[in-house]
Design a protein around this ligand. Structure first.
Ligand code: FES
Length: 249
């Protein structure tokens, strides 16, 4: 089996390989097919990975991929670190033999678990309101596919763990529904919006108010809220142009 010089370098001299008893969070992952296992430790400052280390039990490639994952993640924001992929790690190592490609998954999965554990811990402390566009005025409702034209918004308070459902007065607007709906979200002191889609005008208003937008998955509204709290949702990246020919911005 031929390893690249980069793989051998990280195998012989692994970076950041130590235990961290005072870590802010840790996350583990084990590959059941080969028994290799990895635990990442992270310290967070200003939403960035200030320090990262790991303990790994496994093959030459799993040691090299753990080392490279730590190098790539160090200094990154949590959102950026969550986007590190197996391909990024393989590329940074100048490739892996075909039979060792799966080793790159160890680093990515353990890192994501560590970050998600951190977010879970923080969300337990950070009090916030989470909004989501919904189809019906009841808790067991599904997510509405439109943000600006949704009939209602479900708003969940992480402090009281209570939900309310409010009307979206923008739903029948001739134009600018997204912007009006965004204003409703702001007026209700929401910190995070979960939605399948969002137009650029509404996104601009929400971003200016410091409201983060996360992409919902194919599940009920409450399942999406729980998934967000578990750190399983990603930021919404595809912001669509504001105008669709029906005035819904
Ligand atoms: Fe399975 Fe390396 S052989 S992680």
């Amino acid at each position: 089996m031929i390893y690249s010089d980069k793989v051998l370098e990280h195998f012989m001299c692994p970076q950041n390989a130590y235990s961290m008893p005072d870590a802010d969070a840790e996350g583990s992952f084990g590959d059941p097919s080969c028994g290799d296992a990895l635990t990442f430790y992270i310290k967070i400052k200003d939403n960035c990975i200030k320090e990262i280390s790991y303990l790994v039990f496994g093959c030459c490639a799993s040691i090299a991929t753990s080392s490279m994952t730590s190098v790539l993640a160090k200094g990154k924001s949590l959102d950026e670190a969550l986007k590190i992929t197996e391909e990024d790690i393989i590329e940074a190592l100048d490739g892996l033999p075909e039979s060792k490609v799966h080793c790159s998954n160890l680093g990515v999965s353990a890192l994501r678990n560590a970050i998600n554990n951190y977010l879970k811990k923080m969300l337990g402390r950070i009090l916030m309101k989470i909004a989501i566009p919904v189809e019906d005025k009841k808790l067991e409702t599904s997510v509405c596919q439109s943000f600006g034209r949704a009939l209602y918004f479900l708003i969940y308070d992480t402090e009281t763990k209570e939900s309310i459902i409010i009307d979206n007065s923008a739903t029948a607007s001739q134009g600018g529904a997204g912007i009006k709906a965004a204003q409703t979200i702001i007026d209700n002191k929401v910190s995070v919006l979960l939605t399948p889609r969002c137009g650029e005008n509404a996104a601009e208003v929400l971003n200016a108010a410091g409201i983060k937008i996360y992409k919902t998955r194919d599940a009920s509204a409450m399942d999406n809220i729980n998934a967000f709290i578990e750190g399983q949702l990603s930021l919404l990246e595809e912001i669509h142009p504001g105008f669709h020919g029906n005035g819904s911005k």
